[in-house]
Design a protein around this ligand. Sequence first.
Ligand code: ZN
Length: 146
Amino acid sequence: MWAMQLFISSSMLAELQQLALAAMPQEICGLLFGRDGRVNAYREAQNVADDPLRHFEIDPAILITAERDQRDGGEPILGYYHSHPGGPVDPSQTDADSAAPDGRLWLILNGQDAAAWHATKNGEIYGRFGAMLLDCLDAKGQTAAE
Ligand SMILES: [Zn+2]
């Protein structure tokens, strides 16, 4: 049973997959903005991790700016995206260790596949993540054909 869904347009997801492929073998990362589980925009962030081939860390300056914009009435931060170059799109133990249980959504992609998770207390994955249904919408907002 799926408790939550993440809605993203197929064109936006395709853009993110292209960014992931272009950056390989490094991980990419960034912020997702929107409401009610629907991604309206994303913002690329520099991956400032010590080892960007295996980890990601969103540039704190991007995060601080986005949090401030949100407080000032800007688009809410829905969650984060990052890539697992050449790997599965499940959260890693490292992802779980670095995730705050804040209910934000994690979109993980590898240039081909994508999956969404929400960061929560007592999640079924590493105690931190719960699975979500990833729903791709076309430009008109309709659910893409299965
Ligand atoms: Zn990861």
